[in-house]
Design a protein around this ligand. Structure first.
Ligand code: AP5
Ligand code: MG
Length: 219
């Protein structure tokens, strides 16, 4: 099962994907996290990537294409969740070609809708554990209990691109470049919209309903 999560910055794509990963064994293909890892490595490529991310712009297509080609050249997990990819029409075509080359198809494209005012509040209050990558929110989803990576607690950090200024640019890029991708999947009868302005549990209930999965993992 191949699924894409689309939505503006802060709409909850990563949160829902992390839950599908732990409950239903989805492979979480998160281009943002992969790119941040490369950026943190200090490599020459990482420096190029960091400059794009920190300005709120998309990383060039050749970098993304390489990630995708590598993924589709390997052994492909049974359940894959693409989070934050594709982000423009060129990337959507890269994904279609990669799927075709392996005789695969997307099952669903889930679009999480949320108004701009709510997005900024979520971004400003987001914290991410630097050990395990779990996404939290100091108001709507605070951390409790031990870190899933085995530490006594999660070490919370803020993403560099979560400032109000960079958020503004990320949103602009989203409107100009990513919104046309919705039409691309609408035309292919794959797009499902869900209301992101609800609790994490309520959004998740819609996600699993669309994917025809049980709400809770089998124990
Ligand atoms: P990326 O990391 O993908 O960022 P994004 O798309 O802007 O989305 P976010 O990760 O900010 O938000 P999210 O929807 O995942 O929300 P989350 O679940 O964290 O990309 C970053 C950068 O990398 C890009 O700007 C670009 O430079 C580059 N990049 C990435 N992919 C690329 C690509 N394919 N091509 C080119 N460049 C690329 O939730 C947000 C907050 O809200 C959290 O605090 C969470 O706890 C909280 N929350 C979530 N759901 C709810 C809810 N229902 N109720 C209350 N709070 C909630
Ligand atoms: Mg994310």
């Amino acid at each position: 099962m191949m699924v894409v999560f689309l939505g503006p910055p802060g709409s909850g794509k990563g949160t829902q994907a992390q839950r599908l990963e732990s409950d239903h064994n989805f492979y979480h293909f998160d281009t943002g996290s992969r790119l941040r890892e490369e950026a943190a490595s200090g490599s020459e490529l990482g420096e190029r990537i960091a400059a794009c991310i920190n300005a709120g712009n998309l990383v060039p297509l050749d970098v993304i294409r390489e990630l995708i080609v590598k993924f589709f050249d390997g052994s492909i997990p049974a359940r894959v969740m693409f989070d934050g990819f594709p982000r423009n029409l060129d990337q959507a075509k890269v994904l279609s070609a990669a799927l075709d080359s392996r005789g695969l198809q997307l099952s669903q494209v889930i679009y999480i809708e949320l108004e701009q005012a709510a997005l900024l509040a979520r971004i400003a209050n987001r914290r991410v554990c630097e050990h395990c990558g779990t996404i939290y929110n100091i108001t709507t989803n605070p951390p409790f209990g031990p870190c899933p990576a085995g530490y006594p607690g999660c070490a919370l950090t803020q993403r560099k691109d979560d400032s109000p200024e960079v958020f503004k640019q990320r949103l602009k890029v989203y409107m100009n470049e990513t919104l046309p991708v919705l039409d691309y999947y609408l035309e292919r009868d794959l797009l499902r919209r869900i209301d992101g302005d609800r609790t994490i549990d309520a959004v998740y209930a819609s996600v699993v309903e669309i994917l025809e999965l049980p709400e809770h993992a089998a124990t």
